[in-house]
Design a protein around this ligand. Structure first.
Ligand code: PLZ
Length: 451
C-alpha cells in the first residue's frame, strides 16, 4: 500500500478556540442550512467542520474542538486515518463503482472474508454488504424470516435500530424517531430489557422476565428473530446485567429463533472487544455491523451462519451501492488499522481513563446516578439528587457548557438524561484528560436543581 498523503498529525492535536462558538463563518453556514436543508435534519452543534483527525475536529473558523463523539461512533480508527485515506485515494482513481451485482470486485469478497473471520464463532459464515445500519438491520430480519418461515421479530425497551419503516417499528423512542411517521411495520414485539441501574435485577432474572413475556404474547414458534444491541446505544448506553445476553441466546438456540446482535454502535473495537458479544462468549446467529467498520465511509454488513445467510434466493438481497468499492477499500484499511495498531487494547485503556475520571466526579456529585459502559463507549446517567428521577435538563446544560468550551459531547437515553462519550481511538490521553477537565467544569457550572 502506498504511503498516506494526508496524515492526521497535520491536524494540530490541541483544543484551541479562536472565536466564540459558533464562529462567524459557522453562523453564516447555519443560516444557509436553515434556508436549504429540511428542518427535520437536526444538528447537535451549530458548528461546521472543515477537517478532522486524531482527537480533533477543526471548524470553518479555525477552532480546534476535542472530539468525544466520533460522528456517533463511526471514526473509531480516527477521521481520515492514514491507511483509510491511502486506500480510498487509490480506489477512487481505479474505479468508483461497477455495482457488485453486475460485475463484482475482489474487495467486497475480502471484506466478507474478514468479517467471517472476525465475528464471534468459528462456524461457517457468509456476509452481505449494505450502506447504512438500518438497511443492514432490515436485511437481517429478511434473512431470518426467509430462513425460518416465521413472521415475528422481538426487540427490547429503549432499543434503537434505525429510521426506515421496519427499523422505526423496532426502535423504542417515539420522539424524535417515530412521531408522526407511522403506520409502522407489523409483527414487531417489544420485551423488557435488563437495565441494572433501574430494575436492580440480575441477568438471568431479567432474561426470564423478557422470555416469559415473549412466550405468552408472541410464542416462540412465531418468532423469526430476536434482535438486540449487546450494549444499547441511543437508548442510553445500557449495559445489561451479566448473564442476560447468554440466557437470551440459549433460549433462541432452543427454540429455533435467530439471535441477531445489532453491533452497529458497539462493534469494531469500540467496546474493548472486536464485538461486544464476545465479552460473555455469546455467539450470535447473525451480526449486524456498520459505523466503525469503514473509518467514516458508508458501509454495513450482515454476517452469520452460512445456512441462514444462504437461505435467501439469488437476487433477494442487495442494492445498487451495497459494498461500494470505496467503502470496501476503507473497511479493509480500517480493519488493518485496528489489528496493526492494537485498537482493541487501546479501547480498554480509554475505558480505564474514562471510568476513573467519571467515578471521581460521581463521588462528589450526587446528580451522577450511574457511570457505565465499556471501552470507548461510556456514559453517565443524570438524576435528581437522592433518587433516580431522570434529569434531562442537566444533561442538556452540561453538554451545552462543554460545547461552548470546544468539547464535542453527545446526549442519549429514553429520557435524554444520559451524557455519552465515544472518542475516536486515535485520540491521545492528554486530550482525553483535557476534555474531562472541561466536562468537570461544565458540571460545576450547571446548577439545574435550583430551578
Ligand atoms: N443500530 C445500534 O446505533 C445508528 C443514529 C443517530 P444508520 N445510531 C445513530 C440518528 O439520530 O439517526 C444505529 C445504531 C444501532 C442501527 C443504527 C442505524 O444505523 O447507519 O444510522 O442507519
Amino acid at each position: 500500500m502506498s504511503a498516506p498523503t494526508i496524515d492526521q498529525s497535520s491536524v494540530a492535536q490541541e483544543r484551541r478556540l479562536v472565536t466564540a462558538l459558533p464562529g462567524p463563518r459557522s453562523v453564516e453556514l447555519m443560516a444557509r442550512k436553515q434556508a436549504a436543508v429540511a428542518a427535520g435534519v437536526g444538528t447537535t452543534m451549530p458548528v461546521f467542520a472543515a477537517r478532522a483527525g486524531g482527537g480533533i475536529v477543526v471548524d470553518v473558523d479555525g477552532n480546534h474542538l476535542i472530539d468525544l463523539g466520533s460522528g456517533i461512533a463511526v471514526t473509531t480508527v480516527g477521521s481520515s486515518a492514514p491507511r483509510v485515506v491511502a486506500a480510498v485515494q487509490q480506489q477512487v482513481a481505479e474505479f468508483t463503482h461497477t455495482c457488485f451485482m453486475v460485475t463484482p470486485y475482489e474487495s467486497y469478497v475480502a471484506v466478507a472474508e474478514a468479517l467471517n473471520r472476525l465475528t464471534p464463532g468459528d462456524h461457517e459464515k457468509r456476509t452481505a454488504l449494505f450502506n447504512s445500519g438500518a438497511e443492514a438491520v432490515e436485511n437481517a430480519v429478511k434473512i431470518a424470516r426467509t430462513a425460518t418461515g416465521r413472521p415475528a421479530v422481538a426487540v427490547f425497551d429503549h432499543a434503537y435500530h434505525g429510521r426506515t419503516n421496519l427499523t422505526m417499528a423496532m426502535t423504542a423512542k417515539v420522539m424524535p424517531y417515530k412521531h408522526g411517521f407511522g403506520p409502522f411495520a407489523s409483527e414487531v414485539y417489544r420485551a423488557p430489557l435488563s437495565y441494572p441501574f433501574r430494575d436492580g435485577l440480575d441477568g438471568p432474572t431479567a432474561a426470564a422476565r423478557a422470555l416469559d413475556l415473549l412466550e405468552k404474547q408472541v410464542g416462540a414458534d412465531n418468532l423469526a428473530a430476536l434482535v438486540i444491541e449487546p450494549i444499547q446505544g441511543e437508548g442510553g448506553f445500557i449495559v445489561p446485567a451479566p448473564g442476560f445476553l447468554p440466557a437470551l441466546a440459549a433460549w433462541c438456540r432452543a427454540h429455533g429463533v435467530v439471535f441477531v446482535a445489532d453491533e452497529v454502535q458497539t462493534g469494531f473495537a469500540r467496546t474493548g472487544d472486536l464485538f461486544a458479544c464476545e465479552r460473555e462468549g455469546v455467539v450470535p446467529d447473525l451480526v449486524v455491523s456498520a459505523k466503525g467498520i469503514a473509518g467514516g465511509l458508508p458501509l454495513s454488513a450482515v454476517t452469520g451462519r452460512a445456512e441462514l445467510m444462504d437461505a435467501a434466493h439469488a437476487g433477494g438481497l442487495g442494492g445498487t451501492y451495497g459494498g461500494n468499492p470505496l467503502a470496501c477499500a476503507a473497511a479493509l484499511a480500517a480493519i488493518e488499522t485496528i489489528e496493526a495498531d492494537g485498537l482493541v487494547q487501546r479501547a480498554r485503556d480509554v475505558e480505564d481513563l474514562l471510568l476513573t475520571r467519571l467515578r471521581a466526579l460521581q463521588a462528589v456529585d450526587p446528580r451522577i446516578g450511574d457511570v457505565r459502559g465499556r471501552g470507548a463507549m461510556v456514559a453517565v446517567e443524570l438524576v435528581r439528587p437522592g433518587g433516580t428521577e431522570p434529569d434531562p435538563a442537566l444533561a442538556r446544560a452540561v453538554a451545552a457548557a462543554a460545547h461552548a468550551e470546544g468539547v464535542i459531547v453527545l446526549t442519549c437515553g429514553t429520557h435524554g438524561n444520559v451524557l455519552r462519550f465515544l472518542p475516536p481511538l486515535a485520540i491521545s490521553d492528554a486530550l482525553l484528560h483535557e476534555a474531562f477537565d472541561v466536562v468537570e467544569r461544565a458540571f460545576a457550572a450547571s446548577d439545574t436543581t435550583a430551578g
